[in-house]
Design a binder for this molecule. Sequence first.
Ligand code: SF4
Length: 408
Amino acid sequence: MNLESKLTILADAAKYDASCASSGAQKTNSRDGKGVGSTGGAGICHSYAPDGRCISLLKLLLTNSCIYDCHYCINRRSSNVRRAVFTADEVVKLTLDFYKRNYIEGLFLSSGIIRNADHTMEQVVVVARTLREVHDFRGYIHLKTIPEASPELIETAARYADRISINLELPTQESLNLLAPEKNMARTKQAMGRIRFKLEEAKDRKQNGDTKLRHATGQSTQVIVGADASTDADFLGRSDELYRSYKMRRVYYSAFSPIPEPSVILPLKAPPLMREHRLYQADWLMRFYGFGTKEILTPEMPNLDLELDPKLAWALRNRQDFPVDVQKATREVMLRVPGLGVRNVDRIIRIRRLKKIRLEDLARLRVSLAKVQPFLMTVDHNPARYLLDSDRLRARFAPQPQQLELFQ
Ligand code: SF4
């Protein structure tokens, strides 16, 4: 099989990994002379570098052959797809060729498991080592690692990569037993714990002046949403544990997408994309707004409201905490006001040292007055109590019902 055919198969197979979302986009191009730009080329995706820049990556699988049989995965061993495998040298060549043509700024490399975890991980490490040591490649490298591989191999991978990740896939062992029977939550967590330890060790060494040390600076993971009955509370509870105990940089929520010739235990339909979006919003609230998972979701309400963003839904359930006086409230309390983001809360705190805050000050900060007015007080605004207590407050924010399409 020639290199181009392999690239077609293995770049396409990599698109199911959500950590680089743009490569999963519907393919479009401007070859007909109309429009500008394209998506879904040969495995080019976008990601964020440690300094916050958005960068293009060549996103590939080393192989789509796999000895595991995860039901949700198109590359599982019982799947009837064309298989291909790159040699390490082929991936190195492609990366350098794409890089020199200025198509990419780095490589995102994942793989199905061939022979066994160590053999596969060795090949991944050879690619990264050759790029770094033989070709002095200084672009970005993100390596997906296999939790079952030996700790030494994962550690070596972290020395060549900028970002390293292990996909958790599902939030509980019960879900894994059902859909990915060869995977084990405890083993994955062990590997994440070791990576955390090594990342911290490398950070300490750098802070103590070891400027030559090259090491990944963070780890991330991905979970698949909607492939089984796991609730949003299951996902957020697990993410909370990963952020706290393993210092995960990001948990990516990837809505399950039906695959050709699916296993009979999978749902026929993808979950609403809004569910993925709401999970990202709730995740953001946990990381940057001081919300606990048990505040966002409860045993009685284990799934996020698809109609309202999670902060607004929380505020409507906790109306006794509002209105908040922006002149006096603490930063933590203001962060809970629907419509106020971190940046604006910090700006308001700076401004209120100098003057009394009025609605026009919030408007100047481009705060949505329609959203915040029921929940806060300014020197010239105090929302009527009946508005806050009204049953109609939710209706004011929920999307308007739409008439269904008329079929003729
Ligand atoms: S181990 Fe990875 S590639 Fe293999 S079947 Fe499972 S999800 Fe797919």
